[in-house]
Design a binder for this molecule. Sequence first.
Ligand code: GLC
Ligand code: CA
Length: 521
Amino acid sequence: MDLIVYQIYPRSFCDSNGDGIGDICGIISKLDYLARLGVNAVWLCPCYKSPMIDNGYDVADYRSVAAEYGTLSDLKRLIDELHKRDMKLIMDLVPNHTSDEHEWFKQSRKSRDNPYSDYYYWVDSPPNGWQSMFEGSAWEYDGVRGQYYLHSYAAEQPDLNWDNPRVVAEMQAVVDYGVDLGVDGFRIDVIDQISKDFEGNRNCFGPRLHEYINALFGREKTRHVFTVGECWCDDIDEIKRHCAESRHELVTLFQFDHLMAGSADKWHSADNSPLRRIRDILIKWQNLTAKNDLIYSIFTDNHDNNFYLSRVGDSKNYRCESAMLIAAMFYLLKGVPFIYQGQEFGSVGSQFADIGDFRDVESVNYYNNRVGTVSHERLMEQINFGSRDNVRRPVAWNGGRYCGFSTAKPWIAPPSRAHEINLAADIASDKSVFRFYCRLINLRKSSDAIRYGDFRSLSGNGDDYFVYERVLGAERYTVVCNFDSVSQIEIPRGELILSNYNRSQSDKSDFRPYETAVYRG
Ligand code: GLC
Ligand code: CA
């Protein structure tokens, strides 16, 4: 797999028309930057028409673009401009729920016997105690219809009833519409939830899950598209049922074990440095995916978690070093890399004292439901640590007013360290994280061993570092990733081709905190 994907959160990437909101023309204006970084695909988070309760993950019309992001012709131009640069477009597909402003839901709530009445889950009384991911019961009473409907996320995001064949057909048509537009792939939102396991009392992994995914992507028209599912699953047999080539379901799915290792839970940090645990998780999945002929998704950041650097690196004393260490540790593994906007120049989480600086429905609900019982300071500490807004603040292109994102006040406050951590400052620095990413990507693109070679770990459980090899025929790379202490590491040394500490070829001294080096041969 040759893809190297860059994830864009449209609201926060680049504002082209000075309304403080990122948009599609803003994205187009940065495509040469992405080409310079070396990525060859963009995953675009939802940019469909939406009341933006969950920033677009509440879709009101799968076939039109949100007015604040542009028009359908802007989207077509984006596809053309990407294709001109040999880059692919991966669209976010949200099949589990719609917005309550989607026409289907507006019709559905009207009565129990209209053509759309069974597009959602309606019940006279909640059959279980399922909770919404965004706080409170997942069952909401609707006064118009006089029944409860299911919403796994916000109340304004009703879950679609896939057991209704009409819903399956509607969603197939949505996928086909994207394919006809020229979209090259889909990232599928919470795919495991489209079939509910009512009997087993789980609102995911229901008995018809595979049938539904196959209905979307196993057809003649859709078999060639790239697909990556957001699927909270670490059972290898289940993953094989999704991703084995013969099944025509998904190409790959995101594995979240390593992501969660950076926190005790969503709102609290891990007690001590999680890098050792992360190494073991990576080794486990590199071996499992190789053994089962599966494709691993390599990522450290996305739009749903604070920057990995803030959670597993040292964003105060060794920000650039640990950013590069994490990058080398992940992006020379076997699989498909995904890079989240801002990560490539060492962005970190923010610190704010006021809940008014937050926009995310998840964070705001979390605060509102606890304020009064937990102190404001305590809550802000948790929210600053865990809020999804950390990664949804405007990309800091430079140190200017509104950080080069917009000429107007952005919809959400820029990162609190934007004056210091921004792309322009990074590029001007001799410890540029961006340049390190460019080199890693370049290495990946130029080496079959990195893309397709075997993986072998050379470090043991007790070690305070991760050393691994990538080998294909006579081509061999050794990647050294030292964690937070000083380590003596004995390794076969070929030619030194990458270092985040200006280490020289002849230097055999101990590895310093967060030092990484790559040797060839
Ligand atoms: C996924 C998305 C997240 C969204 C949720 C509901 O987890 O990544 O951003 O809030 O689904 O669509
Ligand atoms: Ca705009």
